[in-house]
Design a protein. Structure first.
Length: 180
């Protein structure tokens, strides 16, 4: 990533589309797929900014409120004969929690299961878990909270103005110590 300014411009355009298309009179399968696709692309853009020293520490440390549901029983959630999330997760006892931006992006990019729901005509929330987390937790994201999280990275104020590196022996590379 040569210059993050252009990534942020595109990210703002994607977020504007997501906000504009969050409400439909009637959701079709195609509309849900298009929305899901854009969410994944935005998550990938944010993760790309995070994986390079292109966002400051304030943005890097932003967290999103989530509800999480603990995996119950020993049966795995599988693609064939998986049942429903309520068969494998304790949906009656949600826990309030928070996820960092990178973990949130990974849940969306690597999702194993995604279930969406709307309230009236607005896309409201989603239940999602990645392949890695399918044996531990399912997460419920409010779309409004996802938009707020992603908006932090679209803002020019998330850019880096000062950066310090230090040598990491384990990685055999320099890593950012801080980004302001």
């Amino acid at each position: 990533m040569i210059e993050s300014t252009y990534w942020r411009q595109e990210l703002r355009a994607e977020l504007a589309w997501l906000k504009k298309h969050r409400t439909y009179r009637r959701w079709s399968e195609k509309q849900l797929v298009l929305y899901e696709r854009r969410l994944m692309l935005v998550a990938f853009q944010v993760r790309s900014l995070l994986e390079r020293p292109k966002v400051n520490d304030r943005a890097r440390n932003v967290r999103i409120p989530v509800l999480r549901y603990k995996k119950i029983g020993s049966k795995p959630f599988t693609l064939v004969g998986a049942g429903f999330p309520e068969d494998r997760f304790d949906m009656s006892n949600p826990e309030s929690s928070e996820l960092g931006a990178l973990d949130t992006c990974n849940q969306l990019i690597h999702y194993y299961w995604m279930q969406t729901w709307s309230e009236g005509t607005a896309f409201k929330a989603m239940l999602v878990f990645s392949d890695f987390m399918r044996h531990k937790w399912a997460y419920e994201f409010a779309i409004q909270d996802l938009m707020a999280l992603f908006s932090v990275f679209a803002a020019d104020s998330s850019g880096v103005r000062e950066l310090s590196f230090h040598w990491n022996e384990k990685k055999q590379d320099y890593v950012a110590r801080y980004a302001r």
